[in-house]
Design a protein around this ligand. Sequence first.
Ligand SMILES: Nc1ncnc2c1ncn2[C@@H]1O[C@H](COP(=O)(O)OP(=O)(O)OP(=O)(O)O)[C@@H](O)[C@H]1O
Ligand SMILES: [Mg+2]
Length: 507
Amino acid sequence: MAPEPPLLTMSGITKSFPGVRALDGVDLEVQAGEVHCLLGQNGAGKSTLIKVLAGAHQPDDGAITWRGEPVQLSSPITAMRLGIATIYQELDLVEGLSVAENVFLGHEPTSAGFVVRTREARQGAAALLERLGHPEIDPARAVGDLSAAHQQIVSMARALSHDVRLIVMDEPSAALDPDEVDNLFRIVDGLTADGVAVVYISHRLEEIRRIGDRVTVLKDGRAVAVGLPAKSTPTRDVVALMTGRNVEYVFPDRPAPGSQDTAEPVLVVEGLCREGEFEPVDLELRPGEIVGLAGLVGSGRSEILETVFGARKPTAGRVLVAGAPLRPGSVRAAVAAGVGLAPEERKAQALLLTESVTRNVSVSSLSRFARAGWLDRGAERKAARAATRELSLRPDNPDAAVRTLSGGNQQKAVLARWLLRGCRVLLLDEPTRGVDVGARAELYAVIRRLADEGLAVLLVSSEVPEVLGLADRVLVLREGRVVHTADARELDEHRVLDLVMEGSPTS
Ligand SMILES: Nc1ncnc2c1ncn2[C@@H]1O[C@H](COP(=O)(O)OP(=O)(O)OP(=O)(O)O)[C@@H](O)[C@H]1O
Ligand SMILES: [Mg+2]
């Protein structure tokens, strides 16, 4: 018996954009029923490669075979018909349509002439959502009203509404909590057991160890290792392949304990509360301090940050910056007082996608570059560039449109903006989501250095080790309530997860 040919072979795939060769002769081979992981630094070409596979980009060169036959993936519909489905890093759902309409978008018209009849679509969507472990999502609801995590489930339901043989997931876990990641992995196990192949992109190495079979590593648009064993290749080797150097995944040193205690708090939060979202929170941040908020998605973390920033109006309580109360519900007042927010959903909330990197970085500081009514473009560019270089944003081109940056580099552009603005209080919501391992260590060092220079940082992250490694003090939240406050050195990951799940307060 002849051995089964690979499900998918991509060979010599090349793709250039104006000024960048995003892919330079990449090979990828995927077997039916395997989880094949793609690893690489921000901008390495992962998303571009899977967009070629999805028929969304046409390669300049290279060949693709599918189940032993050469194929041309000339459009997303062609790929979909062959059984290749993709869940993109930037979800491509239509916010104004319902869950059910999104799930069956792009299906062929039925004999009745409708795209899909509403009732059938709702029933079909409900069945898929159930299979995905989320029966609580209402098929009739508008997708725009769902959380990022639920939107992703809808995107997955859409993929499964077709007869898939290969499903590509571009950083699916970035928007998920630990237990939602467990659910995702159960889905992946179910798919592979049915012989479906999964191409999985993530910056979290521990995930790749858990569910991956093989790994292909991309660097600067080339595959530097193809099909390594996912479970047994040492992390050091993987990281060295990705970065071309040995990076340690370390957190910067903290200042000596007690060294910040003498300063007056720069941010004071008193009894701040939003009914139905979070219960009264009290908090003091001194210059130089990093305080972390740990908790699950939906525990009220982001809502607290946004209320401090004035983007949401509190039902009670107040926020003081350097002793002066802020006008509630006013972003303008918060920004004027020196508060900055790097939000979680960077694309929708923070970026001007069609504008240049420079403009995105300097947008909150434009008054600084105004000279007698004219914008000093030279100074704007120079300052923006210094901030983006500090974060190793790629490409190092101040004129590139932010839309064309890779996911992780878009995140860096948001952070660079707040670096440049020079605020006194920085609110960071998931600052390393989608940022690669090499750049993470740099980012941690930058955040700590800003704190050492006198900035106060309030940090939200779903990654417990990140909160524990970076923060001085940690507040653990559960269902809108602070259940524990402690020095970060007195906590470990296990304890935090217990508190987050059980919520038994001990202090
Ligand atoms: N539409 C586009 N126009 C111009 N350049 C692009 C476009 N899409 C991607 N690029 C460039 O191609 C390169 C590869 O980007 P890609 O999005 O594939 O990276 P990635 O590996 O997915 O990174 P990340 O981990 O940050 O998501 C980057 O330099 C990016 O700026
Ligand atoms: Mg990407």
